[in-house]
Design a protein around this ligand. Structure first.
Ligand code: ZN
Length: 113
């Protein structure tokens, strides 16, 4: 009887589609939850959020789960750094719609009040 490998190898395209499927499921769940009163959804473009430093806004280096900013030496867990960047983008989006004073610094990309 042939040995069955426990690891399943799939093509990159299939991996990407599976990942998108998971994201779609999460998005649907959040959208469904937001149907409750007083809840709203703001969509934030996640592009480059894992590549830019959440403190200075400059491009950093990611090594597996570790993010490091080569410009100022900031270090953080890569997912946490990306999550902070998404939060910062949301704050900018929200302030643009409400007229608050939080703005993004054009030179560094970091958030200033
Ligand atoms: Zn930095």
């Amino acid at each position: 009887m042939p040995k069955v490998s426990k690891k399943l190898r799939v093509a990159r395209g299939v991996q990407h589609r599976l990942s998108q499927w998971q994201h779609d499921l999460i998005r649907q769940g959040v959208t469904r939850k937001a149907q409750e009163p007083d809840m709203a959804i703001k969509s934030v473009n996640p592009r480059y959020t894992s590549q830019h430093c959440s403190k200075c806004g400059l491009r950093g280096m990611r090594n597996r789960h570790q993010f490091e900013c080569p410009h100022y030496g900031h270090q953080n867990h890569a997912d946490k750094n990306a999550a902070i960047n998404i939060r910062n983008r949301y704050i900018v989006l929200r302030s643009a719609s409400t007229g608050s004073s939080a703005k993004r610094d054009r030179t560094t990309g970091s958030l200033r009040q």
